[in-house]
Ligand binder design. Structure first.
Ligand code: CA
Ligand code: CA
Ligand code: CA
Length: 218
């Protein structure tokens, strides 16, 4: 996404803002890793694989109308950002970076996506093991590798429906479908949630409060 949203940070204050960066408040969000396998024998030709994300639960350019795409009773979404890596034999690591995508306003609406901020990739892949890293805008390759992603905006919800602007949320849901275009088959379909990671200070406060409450119960 390339827009600037000016919204209250009240939700994030409770979730725990980490520190102030150059372009505004920054805080950490989770990165999910989705391993998948492109089938076939060694030496077979590449397959055209599509990676299709659906997350943004809001229509058109403001005022935004919320649509509960995943039918979970809430409007909570991310401006997704994805990286595709080769799998690595080293535990906890990913291999060579093959592609990445932030937004796709041309493709990726077949899964019900309402907005081009949902990521999409279409590329030829040899049979083998791969890992998709998904998180919220924006994410560098380094952040995708380490799983420590600092963002200045999102995840989002809508304070009203319709809404003039997106409001910050402490989590956002997504779904991903990875398919083999040649065979027209789905390799993998999964749902997930990206969370704002509470700042260490916030965890400390919760710990102290919890301890105080435990003492009172005695
Ligand atoms: Ca929802
Ligand atoms: Ca999509
Ligand atoms: Ca995006």
């Amino acid at each position: 996404m390339k827009k600037t949203y000016i919204t209250a940070l009240s939700l994030l204050a409770t979730a725990g803002a980490a520190f102030a960066g150059g372009g505004g408040p920054e805080y950490q969000v989770t990165v999910d890793y989705i391993p998948f396998n492109v089938g076939g024998a060694r030496g077979e030709s590449p397959r055209n694989i599509t990676i299709d994300v659906r997350s943004v639960e809001a229509t058109q350019d403001g005022p935004w109308y919320g649509v509960d795409l995943n039918d979970d009773g809430e409007i909570a979404f991310i401006d997704s950002y994805i990286y595709l890596f080769k799998a690595s034999p080293v535990r906890g690591k990913v291999g060579e970076m093959l592609a990445f995508n932030d937004d796709s306003f041309e493709n990726g609406f077949g899964d019900g996506s309402l907005y081009g901020f949902d990521s999409y990739l279409s590329l030829d892949l040899l049979p083998g093991q791969y890992v998709l890293a998904i998180s919220a805008y924006s994410m560098s390759e380094e952040e995708a590798r380490t799983g420590i992603n600092f963002v200045s905006q999102g995840p989002y919800t809508l304070a009203t429906n319709p809404a003039e602007d997106w409001s910050f949320s402490d989590h956002g849901d997504y779904s991903v479908r990875i398919s083999d275009s040649f065979r027209g088959s789905t390799i993998l379909q999964t749902d997930g949630t990206i969370f704002v990671v509470p700042a260490p200070a916030a965890i400390g406060l919760v710990g102290v409060a919890g301890l105080a409450m435990a003492r009172r119960r005695r």
